[in-house]
Design a protein around this ligand. Sequence first.
Ligand SMILES: Nc1ncnc2c1ncn2[C@@H]1O[C@H](COP(=O)(O)OP(=O)(O)OP(=O)(O)O)[C@@H](O)[C@H]1O
Length: 607
Amino acid sequence: MTLLARFRPLSPLLAVALLMAAPGLGLINAYWSRTVMLIAILSLLVSGLNVVLGYAGELAMGQVALYAVGAYVAGYLGVQFGATNVLLALGAATLAAVLVGLVTGIPGLRLGGWSLAMVTFFLVILVPNTIDILHDFTGGTLGLAAAVPTLFGMEITGTRLYVFILAVTAVWFAIARNLLRSRHGDVFLVLRQSPILASTLGVSVYRLKLLAYVIGAIPAALAGALFSMIDGFIAPETFTFALALSVLAASVVGGATSVYGAIAGAAVLQIGQQTFTQFQDWQLVIYGTFLLVAGVLFNRGLAGLAHDALAAARRRGLLPARPVSAALAVPVEPEAELDRLDGAVLRTEGLSKSFGGNAALREVSIEAKPGEVTALIGPNGSGKTTLLNLICGFYKPSGGSLLLDDDEIAGRAPYRIARLGVTRTFQTPLIPKDMTTLAFVATGRYTSHRVGIAAAVLRLPAFRRGYAADTAESLRLLRWLGIEDLADQQVDSLALGTRRLVEAARALASGPRVFLFDEVGSGLDESDLVVLERVIGAIRRAGGTVILVEHNFPLVLKLADRIHVLSQGQLIASGTPAEIQSDRRVLAEYTGATDEQAETATTKGAQ
Ligand SMILES: Nc1ncnc2c1ncn2[C@@H]1O[C@H](COP(=O)(O)OP(=O)(O)OP(=O)(O)O)[C@@H](O)[C@H]1O
């Protein structure tokens, strides 16, 4: 390990220490100390927005309202109760943020769609009125003169306050870094791009979004409490809609899916505002235009540019390569067998699904057994994907039963069904952005091998063990599939065939009981198809239950133990590959042959 690589993890710490010491060493004057404090505060606001918008993909505009909540709670405690302890102020602000987060997040997220965006947007608009209505507590439009903050009897002002604000900001960023650079952060990214994929991983979309929203609320309220300590005065004109926009703009400038991008974005915005004094009059127009342009051209922000520049420097050998995941070498023979899988019997009994007047599935009864491949075939629109979606819980049946080892699972939430060991791949692979192939495969283990948030934030041994096990197992699967060299590549840069194999690895990573493969062979070249056949064969031998929806008839004949044929939502035939191959109705319906041609074909087949 080079000296540079050894000290890399310490570099943020050194930067913070230097910045903290700067006023004492006479490196910065009072103007710049204040600017640094304001940048730290804005970066807390932006960091919270990044968690909820950049990672979890939920547009929540309420950072400014939570900022106001933090400021007034801290201010009120000091003025009304003489509780000036800064730690108490931060604790109370955090509590208030969690409370407001839950009260606004629960209805906003329950209703779905754009509800949270609307709720939080109105929250910001209502801030000045709310402050006015609560003037007994807030001082109304006149503002609130806050008490001098203290810590164990010591006044926290001047350089002490500067150091305190930087310390709180550094602690928050350490928490955010540890949270976002863990499987939790990876699953937030999955959630941002595909709630469907997130539920396939066993994640409750509603709960995870609420969690991200509440976590994002905390730094905003902390920022408010810290802000109330700077000037000792808070007034409603600080908490404006323009500030909400500037937080959004700083998030875009820094890069919403970056941990430290929030600091870069906040610095650009804060210094920009202070430098261009006429800015105030034009700020709404400037932010609006900037967001429009940046949304199209600049969507990974400064962090994205820095990331690309570092990657280019590594490619040219100017910087040492990143520790590659292959360092965790585990010898795996490509032909090795999978560990034993605890397959389950999946049965549908008279399962039906109608969309309005369209009966997509009519009284379908099938059984898929462990250690067998059960194939579903049929022409386009015959109901195959609908059947998979019913099994996964994405649709609720209009009638009939769905049994997993004799337990009724119809109507259960998708994430609950996933947690029972039902996994799937998709007709169009669902592949997130901003994630390596290895991390994506490891998300398959998120709920089956869960490591808690506290363990991740505090980097406890349980986290380290879990992370190492996830990495080793994901790498083992990639190696088994012959694509370990792609482990560190961005998963969304892979070709379609490789994406399907990576999806299979993600599905395998949780050690599931039932596999649903939706047209997994389409778009694969010959060599990928060979790997796919090996994968499905190995799952079957390991005792897993496989349901295969596939148009590639020869592939189905090769892999399936039993085939069910659907036509216009009805089961028209079930049998072994040999029986299906010579079924007249199947040939007529499925291949589009006329009855006469089908008869000729079956007669020939019988001879
Ligand atoms: N969400 C939906 N809303 C309305 N109709 C739907 C929905 N999903 C499926 N359908 C309808 O149900 C029928 C069966 O569709 P499904 O996608 O299950 O067929 P499929 O056999 O998987 O077809 P393909 O081979 O083209 O994927 C079609 O008529 C389709 O239009």
